[in-house]
Design a protein around this ligand. Structure first.
Ligand code: GSH
Length: 224
């Protein structure tokens, strides 16, 4: 295992970067943040950063002898390398790995719809906003039904196994930020219960627009 701290090229408001920060926190991986001024500074288009990622996108990690871009690729790498339990990216069976990949691909559908609507409304990116919002609602409906059926079997997470996985982390940010793109989660109660559970994952970290869960009713009152 590398002794050099991982460098994360990061942007606070990016849901893709937040997936990486959540994973780093959950797996207790120390890292160093290199914060880019993506908007409005467009630092991701600067010559120095294009030598690191010619696509001009964050997140990117630099592990010293190894540079990796793409949030989901980074989640797979970190979970393979640092999660000794194997629970965050279960690969015991072909089915388990297939399901993780399916939900990572679903998180891409959320990026193309819910996140695109947010970027349109908050950062003036071009998009067909009605199509983005309609697509996001299709995703949320599918997610809500899946989570509801899982709950009936006592399963709290996207993939069975009784433990959150990188698939939960990949889907969570764009679901949480969808209201910034004019997409309400009110009609999706199982999704709202699941987001509350994700916020209670040990070592959960917040980002601008995504706050931690309030104390559970069963939690003891703070002293004093
Ligand atoms: N497939 C990439 C997409 C990353 C991405 O789109 N990052 C955004 C920030 S959320 C970005 O860097 N955008 C640059 C731009 O809009 O020009 C990933 O998952 O990491």
């Amino acid at each position: 295992m590398s002794v050099q701290p991982i460098k994360l090229y990061d942007y606070e408001l990016s849901s893709e970067c937040y997936k990486v920060r959540l994973t780093m926190a959950a797996l207790r991986i120390p890292y160093e943040r290199v914060e880019l001024d993506v908007y409005p500074g467009l630092e991701h288009q600067s010559p120095w950063f294009l030598t690191i990622n010619p696509l001009g996108e964050v997140p990117v990690i630099d592990v010293g002898d190894f540079i990796l871009r793409d949030a989901h690729a980074i989640l797979v790498y970190l979970s393979r390398r640092y999660d000794l339990s194997g629970l965050w990216n279960p690969m015991a069976s072909a089915e388990a790995q297939g399901l993780i990949m399916m939900w990572l691909a679903f998180a891409r559908d959320l990026s193309a719809t819910a996140a695109a609507a947010r970027l349109h409304d908050a950062m003036f990116y071009a998009a067909d906003i009605d199509q983005c919002r309609a697509g996001a609602h299709t995703c949320l409906r599918v997610l809500d039904e899946h989570l509801w059926f899982n709950e009936q079997h006592g399963d709290d997470w996207l993939c069975s196994g009784g433990h959150p996985s990188i698939a939960d982390i990949a889907c969570f940010p764009d679901v949480m930020l969808c209201e910034e793109g004019g997409i309400s989660r009110l009609a999706y109660p199982a999704v709202r219960r699941w987001t509350d559970r994700v916020k209670r994952i040990p070592h959960f970290v917040q980002m601008s627009g995504i706050f931690g869960a309030p104390p559970a009713l069963a939690d003891p009152l703070p002293a004093g």
